[in-house]
Write a protein of this length. Structure first.
Length: 303
């Protein structure tokens, strides 16, 4: 009976969250726009073959720096310094930037959750080591780590995703640790310990469900930050390397042609700005929808 009640409470929590999101026009608009950007990036191969009829590496040197026009689909965003279709490169660049942003954040969140909940629940030397590691690594900006890594490794989308995830877990760990410390002495956690539940069972069954809503918000905000980090490191020349396009290295390659081809800066810059803005708006909307002060309930855990 108690288990059914816990499931009903959890379902009610998520239903209430979705209801709040649906009533937030700004968040819903951001979700739609971000969904369209993701859909276009995923469909890059199909669109390049059947609509634009070119690839991201196909050259047309006599038409270098042609301005955007409706003359033919591949010209919608103009051509770059080598006569390559900017709209096709934008699609493939978006695939890379969104992949790194999403999966880099997921890796970081997974590590952060594991470290934070372990340190927060067990305390003692676990907590001391975690706090020392977080404080030490956090004192060095993420971009410096990525530049140092880029000096020694040729980064592709997968390796950059792993490196970002392996470094950017600090905020998630800090928040998960704080939440776990506040939850570990709650009555239902104490009761679970009293009846002999294992520490890991308590963490997974009682702590994790309560930490999860906050981590969803952290994930959305981390995606935006990771996209910016990938764009910055690629812009500086240490990230994704040509000829593979990413929005960051497209911006980097366009800076020397500012007057000759301003469209080469406009479209990647606008894509980064729009994507990060949508992600942050969604994160802000989720934060409001998941705020316990708004939903009037203290916990979603199955108790």
């Amino acid at each position: 009976m108690a288990e059914r009640s816990g499931r009903d409470l959890s379902r009610g929590f998520w239903s209430d969250t979705l209801s709040r999101l649906r009533r937030d026009p700004t968040t819903m608009a951001a979700i739609v726009v971000l969904g369209m950007l993701v859909g276009l990036a995923l469909a890059a191969d199909v669109l390049a073959q059947h609509l634009f009829r070119t690839s991201f590496s196909a050259l047309d040197l006599p038409r270098s720096f042609d301005k955007p026009s409706l003359e033919e689909p591949r010209m919608w965003f103009g051509l770059d310094a080598l006569g390559r279709s900017e709209v096709v490169r934008m699609l493939y660049g978006g695939r890379v930037s969104l992949f790194v942003g999403t999966f880099g954040s997921l890796v970081a969140l997974t590590i952060g959750l594991a470290v934070g909940m372990t340190a927060g629940y067990f305390g003692g030397w676990w907590d001391d080591v975690a706090v020392w590691a977080i404080t030490t690594i956090e004192s060095i900006p993420l971009i410096y780590f990525l530049i140092m890594i880029g000096l020694y490794f040729r980064l592709d989308a997968l390796s950059l995703t792993v490196f970002i995830g392996a470094i950017a877990w600090l905020s998630a760990a800090n928040l998960a640790r704080g939440q776990t410390i506040s939850l570990r002495e709650r009555e239902y956690v104490t009761a679970a310990r009293t009846i002999g539940a294992s520490p890991w069972g308590i963490i997974l069954r009682h702590i994790f469900p309560n930490v999860l809503p906050l981590m969803i918000v952290v994930l959305m905000l981390a995606v935006g930050g990771t996209i910016l980090a990938e764009s910055a490191i690629s812009f500086l020349g240490f990230g994704i390397q040509p000829p593979q396009p990413s929005w960051g290295n497209m911006l980097s390659g366009a800076t020397q042609y500012y007057f000759k081809g301003p469209h080469l800066i406009l479209f990647p810059g606008a894509a980064i700005t729009l994507t990060v803005l949508c992600v942050f708006l969604i994160g802000d909307g989720l934060r409001d929808a998941l705020d316990p002060r708004l939903r009037g309930s203290e916990s979603i855990a199955r108790r």
